[in-house]
Design a protein around this ligand. Structure first.
Ligand SMILES: [Zn+2]
Length: 278
């Protein structure tokens, strides 16, 4: 355990006593509670029981407490009711945006701190710095807007017909169960990808074509689910300009080790994505 270090969010020096979760721990609790064996077994070492996600000395106690407040509200009002009943609807407040930004910021800040963004160059490297600053200031209440660095939410419900060309057989299990964090970059854009079981959060680092996103943006208040038509998210995810298309030409840093993460279910584009395991 390090003696003292700077909090990645507020930069205050603190003596770390507790590891911070990069993916919120309630997601792992849900995955474990709903697995047949009550244990998570991922990746090539399927006999090895997995722990509860990537943890690091990252945040001071005050910042942890601040994140925890939004996480608890999101878990109780949105995530848990949704995984129990996909028809769940709710009016949400700013806690939803705070939570979404906190998850996206953690992924990007962790990637930067661990030297995983070397494939971000030029305008995308500048955009990472800008995004981290905007999201950090929003989380610290120094600003009230996140500008173009929007967060979009795609809640997964229903079943995809995997008989369509290019759709893997296990796509439904991946979309409903997998936990995955990524940072992707292509000529056309850069983004964070946080898949918390059946909910995908996409944080825009650099994404000029904002009009591509329809009814997925998380605002300070609104109604969940953001998408009223079930098939809308499929077109957002898989359609022209969607995440899968974007990734066909992108490189990404990813966090999917046998120790921490769900086995990667290949997508139509995964063979073209450079992934970094650690
Ligand atoms: Zn702090």
């Amino acid at each position: 355990m390090p003696n003292k270090q700077k909090c990645a969010l507020c930069a205050v020096e603190y003596a770390p006593t507790e590891l911070s979760h990069i993916v919120p721990k309630f997601v792992y609790r849900w995955l474990k509670a709903t697995s047949a064996t009550k244990f998570m077994r991922f990746g090539p070492k399927m006999n090895q029981r997995a722990q509860d996600g990537i943890k690091d000395y990252f945040l001071c106690e005050a910042c942890e407490d601040s994140f925890e407040k939004h996480e608890s509200k999101f878990a109780s009002d949105i995530f848990t009711p949704f995984v129990q009943d996909n028809c769940h609807t709710a009016d949400y407040g700013e806690y939803m945006l705070k939570f979404a930004v906190s998850v996206s910021w953690r992924v990007l800040a962790y990637a930067q701190e661990n030297g995983l963004l070397h494939h971000f160059r030029g305008r995308h490297a500048v955009a990472v710095t800008d995004t981290l600053a905007i999201w950090r200031d929003y989380l610290l209440n120094k600003t009230h807007e996140i500008g173009n660095h929007e967060i979009h939410l795609l809640p997964m419900s229903g079943v995809i017909d995997h008989s369509s060309a290019g759709v893997p057989e296990n796509i439904n299990r991946y979309l409903r169960r997998a936990i995955e964090i990524n940072v992707g970059v292509a000529n056309t854009g850069a983004f964070t990808y946080c898949k918390l079981g059946p909910m995908i959060f996409i944080g825009l680092i650099h994404y000029p074509e904002l009009a591509h996103w329809q009814k997925t943006k998380i605002n300070k208040s609104g109604q969940f689910p953001l998408l009223l038509r079930r098939n809308s998210w499929i077109s957002s995810l898989c359609g022209a300009g969607g995440w899968l298309n974007l990734n066909r030409n992108c490189q990404s840093a990813s966090w999917k080790t046998s120790k921490y993460h769900t086995r990667r279910t290949s997508t139509a584009s995964s063979s073209r994505i450079h992934t970094k395991h650690f």
